[in-house]
Design a protein around this ligand. Structure first.
Ligand code: 9G3
Ligand code: MG
Ligand code: MG
Length: 567
């Protein structure tokens, strides 16, 4: 490709709305263009990398035995009504009407669609298992799209769906996909790790996210320094160490002036935080029911665990007004001598705290020596604790945390959709069974952004060879110098003959200007044809290391091929 014909508009300045490296650099390198909030065009340069990522995904999915198809982006609402999600999904799902006023959905995912396809075609166990995938545009109406392609509203996803006659077969495909994802992200040159993840309201049992490690990542990953354990903090567990048991004493009401927080209370009474129990009020945003949530004073509530236990789509802290309305006093709520009917959810740590201190529903007073079981019981006792860095891992070692970008996620769905949509097959005994499903997603456009987050410096992007838009940028230093131009053209043609994606910067600009563009765009290698061209010597510059090699013109191809194996 000749630069002068390549439709690459690099920007000197960083657009102010861009906050993270990938967003800044994709705009500056002329890879994407924003048309609306969270909606981008992939310009020719950016689209080349997207296609390379898609092809790596395609090759590995095909190698894993999955079959590629393509499903509609516009989905009939009836399918979502059948699965029950039409009424559950909120504003994130973009709904539209056709000219006959019929309801449709702009595809945010395809569980309903694929189940409707498979149930009409497959009825025998002999046709299973099967794994169908496509690489397709999705739309999710994020409340706050940001970070460019990292959290866009329209994006490209590879989503795959598998159908099985047994849990063993589903388990096998889950591992098969996990291996395929490991190959995909490795081939994309990413530093990543699979982590245990929350399946969210998609349901099913068992889910893993493929997290690309980056400081700009939205997710917090917990991992052990003494075992293979790794999990999204939403899901992470750790060893619970309980305070020593004490003889249960009589409950006492104590005056605790100005202690609305657990820290101020512990300080005032001079007791360790582990002896206090925090009481919080959470509202199930679906049913509007308010729950009292109890957890040991030194722990934090993990709202994803709480949401899953309550089978709620969303939970939020109750507002002060909502507390007042049900007769609770903010800062002094507690499970003892409840002034109102309210369900109680207690973390596993709570019953283990002898003689704990809790709110008394009166300002400036608390109860001490409250004991779980004797003085109150919770409706639910379960793990709702957010783990902490430094906790003991249940499989050995200590827990640490890192930031991650979720580029893939795989799920065991079970029969959630096949039951709801009656996707059945006849088993070997002629008995009708529900298919078991798995689903597997990769954020293709997000993966491109994640690669830049991991591969950039002050000059711009540093593409791994495998997904670079072009691998070599041939730069004649002086466009007016016949010898340099003809040698540059010769090398350019030889690289093209070898099927190596090559850019020839044929613009009438100073060499420094071209070098800056090349470093911003992130070509892995530059071949600079300069002063020593008449000696048949050119410079090969390696973007990642900044190294410059003097290479004779007839060794350039071999040298580039050698370097491509390394970078
Ligand atoms: O998409 C999944 C699970 C897997 C991920 C891998 C590929 C197949 N689907 C979960 N999820 C996330 N956000 C959503 C947003 C909207 Cl608006 C929706 F209507 C549905 C979903 C939804 O179901
Ligand atoms: Mg997440
Ligand atoms: Mg996810």
């Amino acid at each position: 490709m000749r630069f002068s014909k390549a439709y690459i508009k690099t920007l000197k300045e960083t657009p102010k709305e861009a906050e993270i490296a990938s967003h800044k650099l994709m705009l500056r390198a002329g890879m994407i263009k924003k048309l609306a909030s969270g909606i981008y065009a992939y310009l020719p340069l950016g689209y080349r990398t997207i296609k390379k990522i898609e092809n790596i995904v395609r090759e590995e999915m095909d190698r894993a035995g999955a079959l590629e198809l393509l499903m509609p982006v516009v989905q009939p609402a009836e399918l979502w009504q059948e699965s029950g999600r039409w009424d559950v999904m909120g504003a994130e799902m973009l709904r539209l009407k056709d000219r006959h006023e019929r309801d449709f959905v702009l595809s945010p995912t395809q569980e309903e669609m694929i189940t409707a396809i498979v149930r009409s075609d497959i009825s025998s166990y002999k046709s299973l298992p099967i794994n169908l995938y496509h690489i397709q545009t999705k739309f999710r109406d994020e409340r706050r799209p940001r970070f460019g392609l990292m959290r866009g509203r329209e994006f490209t996803m590879k989503d795959a769906y598998s159908f099985h006659t047994s849990q063993e077969s589903l388990d096998e495909e889950f591992l098969n996909m996990r291996d395929a994802y490991t190959r995909i992200f490795t081939r994309c040159g990413l530093k990543f790790r699979p982590v245990d993840a929350d399946a969210g309201n998609i349901g099913g049992s068992g889910s893993q996210e493929f997290q690309v490690l980056a400081e700009s990542g939205e997710d917090e990953i917990i991992y052990s320094d003494g075992s293979e354990y790794a999990a999204n903090i939403e899901k992470a567990v750790s060893e619970l160490i309980n305070p020593p048991k004490e003889e249960a004493k009589e409950v006492e009401l104590v005056h605790t002036p100005d202690c609305p927080t657990i820290e101020s209370l512990a300080k005032y009474l001079d007791v360790p935080l582990e002896r206090t129990v925090k009481a919080l009020a959470y509202k199930d945003m679906g049913t509007d029911e308010i729950y009292m949530v109890l957890i040991r004073g030194d722990f934090e509530v993990n709202e994803v665990k709480l949401k899953n236990i309550l089978k709620a789509v969303e939970v939020e802290m109750a507002t002060d007004e909502e507390l007042e309305k049900i007769g609770l006093t903010k800062g002094y709520i507690g499970p003892y001598k409840l002034p109102t009917e309210i369900k109680i959810v207690a973390d596993l740590s709570v019953p283990e705290v002898s003689n704990h201190i809790v709110g008394s529903h009166q300002k400036d007073y608390h109860y001490k020596n409250v004991n779980y079981g004797r003085d109150y019981k919770a409706d639910i006792v379960d793990d709702i604790r957010k783990v902490r860095v430094g906790d003991n891992c249940i499989t050995g070692g200590k827990l640490h945390s890192a930031r991650g970008i979720e580029c893939g996620q795989i799920f065991k769905l079970g029969d959630k959709y096949s039951k709801a949509m009656n996707a059945t097959y006849l088993d070997e005994n002629g008995k009708t069974q529900y298919m078991l499903m798995g689903c597997y997603g990769i954020g293709v456009t997000r993966t491109m952004a994640a690669s830049i987050e991991q591969n950039n410096d002050e000059n711009g992007i540093i593409w791994p060879v495998s997904i670079a838009p072009y691998i070599v940028d041939v730069i004649p230093a002086n466009i007016k110098n016949e010898g340099q131009v003809s040698l540059a053209e010769k090398i350019y043609n030889e690289l093209q003959t070898e099927n190596i994606d090559v850019m020839l910067d044929d613009r009438d600009e100073k060499p420094g200007f071209k070098f800056k563009d090349a470093d911003l765009i992130g070509f892995p290698f530059k071949v600079v044809v300069g002063k020593r061209a008449d000696e048949g010597i050119v410079e090969v510059k390696i973007r990642r290391t900044g190294e410059t090699l003097e290479v004779s013109e007839n060794e350039v191809i071999a040298k580039i091929k050698e370097l491509m194996k390394i970078y």
